[in-house]
Design a protein around this ligand. Structure first.
Ligand code: ZN
Length: 157
């Protein structure tokens, strides 16, 4: 199990040091901003959407290692996906970091995102890990320029 933890930690550190899609998307047609005042994380997600598909995605912002790595991995995970597919990944990711009660939870289906499974043991970090996803959700659903204030009222079990 500790080998797995090391591997997960490596994935997170890699994304924190070399965040993917960390630019301002020039032709974004949706964007949203998210803040996590508990930790000081902020993220702006840019989307280039066409016909319900995330053609391109990027993010900007600053925050702790978990928030930054999560945003980076989120963009990698949903690029090219439909809104429905992205929402489904978010649902499962959220269930995982909240310490999903489903014993049959399929961690493997989340691929590299499973690196954040350990977050469920640290309630304070749950918002860091889910910030980019809430912001993505807002960007997909909202009008351009939407701002997400204090996100999530989640209380981990
Ligand atoms: Zn944070």
């Amino acid at each position: 199990m500790s080998d797995l933890d090391d591997l997960y930690q490596e994935v997170i550190l890699d994304h924190q040091r070399n965040p993917r899609n960390f630019v301002r998307l020039p032709n974004a047609n949706r964007q949203a901003e998210g803040n996590n005042p508990l930790c000081g994380d902020n993220v702006t997600v840019y989307l280039d959407m066409e016909a319900g598909v995330i053609r391109n995605i990027s993010f900007q912002g600053d925050g702790c290692a978990i928030a930054k790595a999560s945003a980076s991995m989120m963009t990698s995970a949903v690029k090219g996906k439909t809104v429905a597919e992205a929402s489904d990944i978010f649902k499962r990711f959220h269930q995982m970091v909240m310490g999903g009660k489903d014993p049959c939870f399929d961690l493997e289906s989340l691929g590299k995102l499973a690196a954040f499974s350990g977050v469920s043991a640290f309630p304070v970090r749950v918002k860091c890990a889910s910030l980019a996803w809430h912001t993505l959700n807002a960007a997909m659903q909202e009008q351009p320029g939407a701002v997400v204030g204090e996100i999530g009222k989640e209380t981990p079990k």
